[in-house]
Ligand binder design. Structure first.
Ligand SMILES: C[S@@+](CC[C@H](N)C(=O)[O-])C[C@H]1O[C@@H](n2cnc3c(N)ncnc32)[C@H](O)[C@@H]1O
Length: 186
């Protein structure tokens, strides 16, 4: 049984709330498709999901995992930097699960500069009350750097426009995954 106080459960709780009204949903790092599957299972019937990944192997896995929902999902083999070139609408929920594909090629990982650019881009396209969820894995060097760059970006956001939450297991060591949640409030 999944415990309540873990990063994924907390993220999914916030996704579920956003999914009550979300029309346009993006999984920015679809990987093996587990997060895409959760989004597809919990979204409203009229909502549509765009699943991005740069790895053909990952995209195949996403397609297989989410086969039952394929009519509700557009699969995009491209970098999350390019979301706005594929999705013209305002975004209601964007999910980043950073790092590398578990069980896959660990050298293909999200890249700090690209991640920050992608988050900046989706912030511009976010609907009011739209949410960005970012799981960070500081246990590997690129993940640690990604976290630092994201902190610099997110902590400076004006509170009148965005609410930003950082969820971290404070009694675990500093390599434990943590979560950023960003909502556009105005
Ligand atoms: C931790 S995995 C994602 C796990 C996935 N959400 C799941 O539920 O199975 C990270 C994924 O990010 C992908 N990735 C790396 N750089 C990317 C980029 N610039 N754009 C989109 N995906 C990227 C990797 O190929 C990898 O599959």
């Amino acid at each position: 049984m999944q415990t309540a106080v873990n990063m994924l459960a907390i993220a999914q709780g916030v996704w579920s709330k956003a999914l009550e009204t979300a029309r346009v949903i993006v999984d920015a790092t679809s990987g093996a498709g587990r997060d895409t599957l959760y989004l597809a299972q919990h979204k409203q019937p009229h909502a549509h999901i765009y699943a991005f990944d740069v790895q053909p192997t990952a995209m195949l896995k996403t397609k297989k995992t989410t086969e039952a929902f394929r009519e509700d999902i557009t699969y995009v083999l491209d970098s999350h930097e390019n979301i706005s070139q594929v999705v013209a609408d305002k975004l209601d929920l964007v999910v980043f699960n950073l790092g590398y594909l578990p069980g896959g090629d660990h050298s293909i990982t999200t890249v700090p500069k690209v991640t920050v650019k992608a988050v900046e881009n989706v912030m511009k396209q976010l609907a009011v009350n739209g949410v960005i969820s970012i799981m960070v894995y500081p246990g590997h060097p690129a993940g640690k750097e990604e976290g630092v760059h994201l902190m610099l970006l997110l902590e400076e956001l004006p509170k009148e426009e965005y609410s930003v939450v950082k969820c971290q297991l404070t009694n675990h060591d500093s390599t434990a995954p943590y979560l950023y949640l960003v909502e556009k409030v105005k």
